[in-house]
Design a binder for this molecule. Structure first.
Ligand SMILES: [Zn+2]
Length: 247
C-alpha cells in the first residue's frame, strides 16, 4: 500500500469498442489501479472489474457509453480493489468500493469462494465462484480462473482472448506474496502452470499500471522474470529474499 495523500486522478487508456467486445480500461485513484468495464457492444451489457476509488466516475462512464451493468467482478478483496476501511493496514480512512457501487446500482458481486468472508454484509448480492465457472455478458462468455498466491481467492477473468489479471500477473512483475494470506508457492504454480498455459497471443490487462497498459502472455513468458523460474525452489528463494513488488 502506498500513500493516499495524492489527489485522485483519472486517466483513460485503451478503449476497445468493436462489434466483438467493449473493453474500457480506467486508471483510478492514487495507487495506479486499473478498473475495467467489459461487455457486449451489441447487447449493451457490461460488468465492472474491481470497482473502487471513484464510484461516480464508474457509474457515469457506464451510463455515458450506453451500457447496462450486469455485475461486479472481484479479482481479490484487497481494499484498493473493492474498497473498505484501511485500519488493518494501519492507515486512516476508507476507500470507496463495492459498498458504494451497490448503493447506486443493484447488481451481483462475483468473488472467489475463498474470499467470500472478506466481503460481508452484501447478502444475496454476493455470488461465490470457483475455477472454470463462467458468466455470460450478452453474447460474451467470461471464464473465471482461480490463480491464488497474492491472496487465497485471487482470480483472473478470461474473455475473448483477453486476460484481466488483477494482482496475480503484472507487466514485468507479479503481485506481492509477503502479505497476510499470500502464498508464494501458489503464486509460482499460478504463474508458471495456469497462466503460462494460455495461448501466447492472449492480451494481458493487469490490475495496476506498473509497467504500461497491456501486454501479452507470450511477451510475459519471454520477458517477465517471475514467469521464467524453472523450479519452485528458485522462485521461493527469490520471493523470500526480500524482493518486494508493489501491492
Ligand atoms: Zn492486492
Amino acid at each position: 500500500m502506498r500513500s493516499l495523500a495524492h489527489p485522485a486522478s483519472l486517466r483513460y487508456y485503451s478503449t476497445v469498442d468493436n462489434r466483438a467486445i467493449y473493453l474500457k480500461q480506467m486508471e483510478l485513484g492514487p495507487m495506479q489501479n486499473f478498473v475495467y468495464l467489459v461487455g457486449d457492444p451489441v447487447a449493451r451489457e457490461c460488468v465492472v472489474v474491481d470497482p473502487a476509488w471513484e464510484i461516480d466516475t464508474i457509474v457515469e462512464t457506464i451510463a455515458a457509453d450506453g451500457m447496462t451493468l450486469k455485475g461486479a467482478l472481484v479479482t481479490h478483496t484487497h481494499q484498493d480493489h473493492v474498497g473498505g476501511s484501511l485500519a488493518e493496514w494501519g492507515m486512516p480512512g476508507r476507500i470507496p468500493g463495492v459498498e458504494e457501487l451497490l448503493g447506486k446500482v443493484a447488481t451481483k458481486v462475483y468473488v472467489h469462494k475463498a474470499e467470500r468472508e472478506f466481503l460481508r454484509g452484501f447478502g444475496s448480492d454476493l455470488v461465490k465462484v470457483d475455477n472454470h465457472d463462467t458468466l455470460d455478458v450478452g453474447r460474451l462468455t467470461l471464464t473465471f480462473m482461480h490463480t491464488p498466491g497474492h491472496t487465497p481467492g485471487s482470480q483472473c477473468f478470461l474473455v475473448d482472448g483477453r486476460l484481466i489479471s488483477g494482482d496475480t500477473l503484472f507487466i514485468g512483475a507479479c503481485g506481492r506474496t509477503d502479505l497476510p494470506g499470500s502464498d508464494p508457492s501458489e503464486m509460482y504454480y499460478s504463474l508458471t502452470q495456469r497462466l503460462a498455459a494460455l495461448p501466447d497471443a492472449t492480451v494481458l490487462f493487469p490490475g495496476h499500471n506498473y509497467g504500461g497498459e497491456s501486454s501479452t502472455i507470450g511477451q510475459e513468458k519471454r520477458e517477465n522474470p517471475f514467469m521464467r523460474f524453472s523450479s519452485l525452489g528458485d522462485f521461493l528463494r527469490t520471493m523470500g529474499g526480500g524482493r518486494i513488488i508493489t501491492p
